[in-house]
Design a binder for this molecule. Structure first.
Ligand SMILES: [Zn+2]
Length: 334
């Protein structure tokens, strides 16, 4: 599976862990942090595969699992008995305590495999409620033999300090623009401008950018930009725009508005228009909050969130349109 390969922007973090493993200093728990869509889950999967592989090609730390041995085949089939993948069940925002209890079952089981390590991937760690986190804590406090916990989280995510302190931090570098573009070009046949447009919507997160491309979002984005201009000109209501955007996942609109507000703030500052810049930055902070709610697994009503976002954007940008040009009464055609 191509996505389980090591991603180029993760090489440093990878080398660090592999070097620890070779010196028998592998931590029993890592807090793997990186933005959503930057491939943190692929990193965890690639690491699990490498640690389980019977021929880990140990001469070269940048080589991932062999992909051919029995362990690798089990792993690729998605049912390796020594790997436990824990994330919120469908339609739920948090990880249930029952899911954490399955850990004890796994670690107490005698492995049918080569006695290799057991790997538990928990994502996102932010989705651990207090009860689930406390239950996990017991496992983290008395690490069962040959078990590796990989907790995945967003950068700066909030979680119980007791959980955090028992994990070795492993921040993953975001992809540079060059790395992101090269990776996207390998995985998508879209034109370069479309790749760039998708990556602009998901900076540092090429996997998100690819998902955007596959969902036709760069095209969607230009439609939304046109509609924002219509809204600024008073020809479209924020609620109408919200309804249109509601057909796509909420984070697409958030990413788009984040990119727009940054650009707008830069333009305003360049024009020494401090008040406009402040208003747009306030809007940007609101977006960050909504985004944090989303990433923490909370389930805001998307339509209401979108209506709020577009009304707030209209207020923050006053009578200027998205292109930053004045759209006052003199340019109106009616
Ligand atoms: Zn293998």
């Amino acid at each position: 599976m191509a996505l389980d390969l090591l991603l180029p922007w993760h090489v440093d973090a990878w080398s660090q862990v592999i070097s620890q493993q070779r010196h028998a200093r592998l931590a029993h728990a890592y807090l793997v942090s990186g933005p959503q869509g930057s491939g943190r889950y692929q990193f965890a999967r690639a690491l699990a595969a490498k640690l389980l592989c019977e021929n880990p090609a140990s001469g070269d730390p940048e080589v991932t699992a062999c992909g051919a041995c029995r362990q690798c085949r089990l792993f690729a089939g998605g049912n390796h008995p020594d790997v436990l993948d824990i994330s919120p069940e469908e339609g739920r925002s948090s990880i249930k305590i029952d899911q954490i209890r399955t850990i004890s079952r796994l670690v107490n089981q005698t492995s049918n495999q080569t006695g290799a390590i057991k790997v538990i991937i928990i994502q996102p760690a932010e989705a651990l409620g207090t009860a689930a986190a406390n239950s996990l804590l017991k496992n983290l406090e008395e690490p069962p033999g040959r078990t590796l916990f990989l907790l995945l989280s967003g950068p700066g995510a909030q979680m119980l300090p007791t959980i955090r302190s028992r994990c070795q931090p492993l921040p993953l570098a975001p992809a540079t623009e060059e790395q992101g573009m090269a990776w996207l070009a390998e995985h998508s046949s879209a034109a370069t401008e479309e790749l760039a447009s998708a990556l602009a919507l998901a900076p540092g997160a090429p996997l998100s950018a690819l998902a955007l491309l596959e969902a036709g979002v760069p095209a969607w984005r230009s439609i939304v930009l046109e509609q924002l201009a219509e809204m600024a000109a008073g020809r479209l209501l924020p609620t109408e725009l919200a309804k249109y955007c509601n057909a796509q996942p909420l984070n697409y609109a958030i990413q788009l508005m984040q990119a727009l507000s940054l650009q707008k703030a830069r333009d305003a500052l360049a024009a020494q228009n401090t008040e406009d810049a402040k208003a747009v930055l306030r809007f940007g902070r609101e977006l960050v909050q909504i985004n944090r709610q989303l990433e923490s697994g909370a389930n805001p009503n998307p339509l209401m969130a979108l209506e709020h976002i577009f009304s707030a954007w209209k207020n923050a940008t006053g009578d200027t349109d998205v292109a930053g040009t004045r759209a006052g009464q003199h340019t109106s055609s009616h």
